[in-house]
Unconditional design. Structure first.
Lengths: 191, 521
């Protein structure tokens, strides 16, 4: 008897099931599994983000720490609504960057290094806000010429997307708004 | 059996190839249609998935589609793979070539906007002296537009605008939201016309659900998927085409089919690539030249309807869409550029977070306050067809099946840049008059190609010395080769081209059927 079957038995007893059901449960075939011999049901499963830590691939320890702080400032946890930290947005972006084209990689590397050079990790709230001041400028079609400003603009968009596309965010926000945000038709790769 | 000579072999199952198949089979002509992509089975090809369940959280694999901004992780498998299907350009002048290689072609996901061209396009040279007229006039094409609109189920509103001929529409009787009405009234004050969208109805209005099933039902159509046409083959004795050589997409096995008539509907640049690789229809020197499209300035203006802030929009204020047809340089020259632009505008939705100069809690508050407050407009401008903008066969690069790739040279010029700036200024003024608050405006066009309306490179004309096709989409050089897609266009205007592509394909098919009946083909 597997642990699963044993647990099932225990549950049935505990639930005080009617005698007939308990009897049927004694038939080892009837009790063995609810699975059908000729059907493959879709098993509920999860992506890794919620249960495992990803190994940093792109950022140095200091860069990742800066990206985490930046992500937390861009999308903080607000009440019930998860933030970038809950969504592990920084960890996800580290992975995405490891596969990204070189210009994207250097935008992030230089941007995070520039923040660290200004003491971003140790800065208090006001100090950090001063470093993010370029995000307070009105949007223009062309990216800002100043490298840190250009990095912050890209990072803001990426951190937002990485957060609102996370399971943590979607489960809370879609449920609250009773919609299917984050679900879409996926095209299977051509064989 | 394999040595059978088919009446007509058609390349491509998109708007143009499928319309040709539809019309020819209706007239009892046997057609074999070769489609480079796979057949589809919607139950297997598409499934609902959560974005967090995708390996790249919706961002998509970085670098997979550097030139398809429309691709995302959900739709990645839909677009033609750029590594398998490479093309080249001068890095200074990037070209964004957007392709779909599946049964149905790009009509699987097209936006379905369906406008007629007018004699302002067909006879553009008569109006402003630039370029050339088409060898057909609006009157030649009108009976075909009349048949295509009901096939695609186009809805629209009768307006009697000379630059945007009315059609056989499912009448759009919908009203306008108050914000749209304000914008329309601002436009009217400046003498700028507006109308409802004209759009094929249904979530899917593809050749694969509207045209190919009826063509198959005639018993006259055979469809061969996974067949990538390599070359049109020619009988040396007669100089006429005698078939198509193609390669199986999956096995790379090589085949040949014989045909009395060859029809290319592989999409604008793919048909031209086929002709260039076949060294056919090039005597005029125009093959590959006069590439153009519509330029797009996406979200030229992004505004806010202030009364809708903080969820306070009264019922009926927000929502809805509309269209500004070209209104410049119609009866007289009234700008410092030639021709003109059209605009898609829409009300509703929350503006993108990038427009708000905040982050953190302030940003979330701003987004909440601006839920369903947005108004935006996108410019679609006509691009002058110029000989210099052209495609040729790249001397080195080949696709995954060993077929030589295209090299594309295209850039926009002062006429387009001036028009884009004028559109931005005009739209910004209209938003102010309508009482909207501007969040952002710009006049930066997307790179050539990105509008997915590539046109020209096999242009029509009466003169075989300056054009590739005659007025029946038939190559001047080889009588039994037809090209029925957007490559035939001489000018394009600011209207989305597909309705005109289908009308031309249907007309070409009628001509082919008649010539075959007379024994001329
Ligand atoms: C997202 C999107 C939105 C759009 N919105 C609009 C709109 O609102 N209004 C509008 O007018 N147009 C719109 N378009 C453009 C419209 O889809 C095209 O104009 C239209 O599909 C062109 O038809 P076609 O037959 O020329 O090419 P396609 O539809 O691309 O079909 C060509 C077919 O030929 C096949 N093929 C290519 N090469 C070969 C070969 N060597 N051998 C065999 N087969 C080959 C391809 O696999 C493809 O299936 C849109 C396109 C997209 C992608």
């Amino acid at each position: 008897m597997t642990t699963f079957m044993r647990r099932r038995r225990i549950l049935q007893v505990a639930a005080g099931l009617p005698a007939a059901v308990a009897l049927r449960a004694q038939n080892p075939y009837a009790a063995a599994t609810s699975g059908k011999p000729d059907e493959l049901p879709k098993l509920e499963a999860i992506p890794p983000d919620g249960v495992a830590d990803s190994k940093p691939k792109f950022c140095s320890g200091l860069q990742l720490a800066a990206l985490r702080r930046l992500a937390d400032l861009i999308v903080p946890k607000l009440g019930e609504t998860p933030g970038a930290a809950d969504a592990q947005a920084a960890e996800f972006l580290d992975f995405l960057l490891s596969e990204s084209p070189a210009d994207r990689q250097s935008l992030y590397r230089n941007g995070l290094d520039a923040l660290n050079a200004k003491g971003f990790l140790k800065a208090d709230a006001a100090g950090a806000a001063a470093m993010l001041a370029p995000l307070g400028k009105p949007w223009t079609y062309k990216a800002p010429a100043e490298p840190l400003a250009a990095f912050l603009r890209t990072a803001k968009a990426d951190i937002l997307t990485a957060t609102v596309n996370s399971k943590e965010w979607i489960q809370v926000v879609s449920q609250r708004n009773r919609n299917a945000a984050g679900t879409s038709l996926y095209w299977t790769e051509i064989a | 059996m394999p040595s059978q000579v088919h009446d007509v072999v058609i390349i491509g199952s998109g708007a143009s190839g499928a319309m040709t198949a539809y019309q020819l089979t209706k007239k009892g002509i046997n057609c074999l249609l070769l489609e480079a992509g796979p057949n589809f089975d919607y139950s297997k090809d598409r499934q609902l998935r959560a974005v967090y369940d995708l390996p790249y959280r919706g961002f998509g694999k970085p670098g997979r589609f550097p030139h398809v901004t429309q691709a995302n992780e959900f739709t990645a498998a839909l677009w033609a793979d750029e590594k398998q299907n490479p093309y080249t350009f001068d890095p200074k002048d990037p070209y964004y070539w957007v392709r779909i290689r599946r049964m149905g072609g790009k009509t699987l996901v097209w936006g379905r906007a369906s406008w007629r061209l007018s004699n302002y396009e067909f006879k553009a040279k008569d109006h402003d002296g630039f370029g050339d007229n088409w060898p057909v006039s609006y009157a030649d094409l009108a009976p075909y537009y009349d048949q295509c609109e009901p096939l695609l189920r186009v809805s629209g509103r009768i307006e009697k605008l000379p630059q945007l001929p009315d059609g056989v529409f499912l009448e759009d009787k919908s009203g306008d939201s108050a914000s749209i009405a304000r914008f329309i009234s601002a436009a009217k004050q400046k003498g700028i016309p507006t109308t409802k969208q004209r759009r094929a109805q249904g979530t899917l209005a593809s050749s694969a659900n509207l045209l190919l099933p009826d063509a198959l039902a005639t018993g006259k159509l055979t469809i061969l998927p996974n067949a990538i046409a390599r070359e049109v083959t020619v009988d040396k004795a007669t100089g006429k085409a005698n078939g198509i050589s193609f390669v199986d997409r999956r096995s790379k096995r090589e085949f040949h089919v014989k045909a009395r008539v060859v029809v290319l509907g592989a999409s604008c640049l793919e048909s031209t690539r086929l002709l260039l690789n076949s060294k056919l229809a090039s005597s005029s020197g125009a093959l590959g030249h006069y590439l153009f499209d519509q330029f797009y300035v996406k979200n030229t203006v992004q505004a806010i309807v202030p009364e809708a802030r903080n969820g306070k929009a009264p019922g009926g204020l927000m929502g809805g869409t509309g269209y500004i047809p070209r209104f410049t340089n119609l009866d007289k020259k009234d700008t410092d550029y030639l021709r003109g632009y059209a605009v898609d505008f829409s009300s509703g939705g929350t503006p993108d977070p990038k427009y708000f100069p905040y982050y953190g809690e302030d940003l979330q508050k701003a987004l909440a306050a601006h839920t369903n407050t947005g108004f935006n407009a996108t410019t679609m401008g006509s691009v002058l067809p110029r000989f210099e903008n052209h495609v040729s066969i790249d001397p080195v690069v080949k696709d995954a099946w060993g077929i030589p790739s295209l090299r594309i040279s295209a850039r926009y010029t002062a006429n387009e840049f001036k028009m884009a700036t004028d559109a931005m200024n005009t739209l910004s003024e209209l938003c102010h008059t309508a009482g909207f608050e501007m969040l952002a405006q710009h006049d930066q066009m997307v790179p050539p190609g990105e509008s997915i309306h590539e046109l020209g490179t096999c242009r029509m004309g009466d003169n075989p010395k300056t054009s590739v096709l005659n007025k029946w989409n038939q190559t001047h050089d080889v009588k039994n080769v037809f090209v029925v897609d957007g490559s035939a266009f001489v000018t394009g205007g600011s209207q989305n081209p597909t309705l005109t592509i289908t009308a031309l394909a249907m007309r070409a098919a009628d001509y082919m059927a008649e010539e075959m009946r007379k024994g001329n083909l």
